[in-house]
Design a protein around this ligand. Structure first.
Ligand code: PHE
Length: 340
């Protein structure tokens, strides 16, 4: 039986030697030391031995059992360590590899400037409203004191569509719409795209952007218009900016003005940006014509108001010294990437 024991020990240890898989190891443990395992069987067979042999053999078998258990434990640890090492090796990061740059989106320069403008007017209590780009002839012209066949229509080359529809030529189309929806006091800003059948060149585009402002209340005067626009110009261009109001004509305002600011590039001396003038025209404005108030259902005997239309594209090209308006519409990523 001693020999049997020695042989068992021999094979068991040899078997253990080459093992590298936890499943195999568990299988080994069951085969030798489980309920039906060979070492367990030896202990069970002990009853057949004589009273002198029994304790001696018992001790030997127990020793073998212990030895094997320790060997299994050691092997188990070795296997775990090896697996861990393998895993770490597989997951190794080379921190010296060059990184992949994530493409980052940014705001279009028009939107950067628009957001600044919206902030300024919102802080003065203006609401932002939206209007349709496909507009009726009524809101784009008739409600703005431009009847059909009126020569003032020639000021704006219009894209007409079927059924009295057109692409709005001005955000002023938001004026009568707003007056129908709200009652005074009204203080709104309506930014958006407008369309005119212009030839494309460095300063003209058939699509461009305006921001309409409309204020109506009791006792609104030209002074309020000047104050609001001066405040706006100084916030957007800097405190030293001067504002100039030139008499002008729009069918929907009376009196009407065009508003220039001192060129932010040269401070008014004259340079390439302002084409030597020292001034840059940024908007048209005026006191809302009584006919327009009436069209919007507002009594011109009770209320007065002013309106203005800011040209967003010009503001953007002068701020960023963009020499060609087409760049704003081509959406070349190499151009847009410069603004974030
Ligand atoms: N709608 C005018 C334009 O497009 C600008 C403007 C708006 C003028 C509001 C006066 C009042 O030229």
């Amino acid at each position: 039986m001693k020999e049997q024991l020695a042989a068992l020990r021999e094979t068991a240890l040899a078997e253990l030697q080459g093992m590298n898989d936890p499943k195999q190891l568990e299988d080994f443990r069951v085969r030798y030391m489980g309920k039906k395992g060979s070492v367990t069987a030896l202990l069970r067979g002990m009853g057949a031995l004589s009273a002198e042999e029994r304790p001696v053999m018992g001790q030997m078998v127990n020793q073998l059992r212990q030895e094997l258990e320790e060997a299994v434990a050691a092997k188990s640890q070795a296997i775990q360590e090896a697996l861990q090492k393998e895993k770490l090796a597989a997951e190794t990061l080379d921190v010296t590899m060059p990184g992949k740059k994530e493409a980052k989106g940014g705001l279009h320069p028009l939107n950067v400037v628009l957001e600044d403008i919206i902030d300024i007017f919102q802080s003065m209590g203006f609401d932002i409203v939206d209007g349709p780009e496909v507009e009726t002839d009524y809101y784009n012209f008739q409600a703005l004191n431009v009847p059909e066949d009126h020569p003032a229509r020639d000021m704006q080359d219009t894209f007409y569509m079927a059924d009295g529809l057109l692409l709005r030529t001005q955000t002023s189309a938001a004026q009568a719409r707003t007056m129908e929806e709200r009652k005074p006091p009204i203080r709104i800003l309506c930014p958006g795209r407008v369309y005119r059948a212009d030839e494309v060149d460095a300063t003209h585009s058939p699509v461009f952007h305006q921001i309409e402002g409309l204020v109506i209340d009791k006792g609104i005067t030209m002074c309020d218009l000047k104050g609001v626009l001066e405040q706006f110009a100084q916030e957007i261009y800097g405190e030293e900016t001067k504002v100039r109001f030139r008499p002008s004509f729009f069918p929907f305002t009376e009196p009407s003005v065009e508003v220039d600011v001192t060129c932010s590039e040269c401070g008014g001396k004259g340079c390439r940006v302002c084409k030597g003038a020292g001034w840059i025209e940024i908007l048209g404005a005026g006191m809302v014509h009584p006919n327009v108030l009436r069209a919007g259902g507002i009594d011109p005997e009770v209320y007065t108001g002013f309106a203005f239309g800011i040209g967003l594209d010009r503001l953007t090209t002068t701020r960023y010294k963009i020499s060609d308006i087409r760049l704003l519409f081509e959406n070349d990523v190499r151009f847009l990437e410069q603004f974030d």
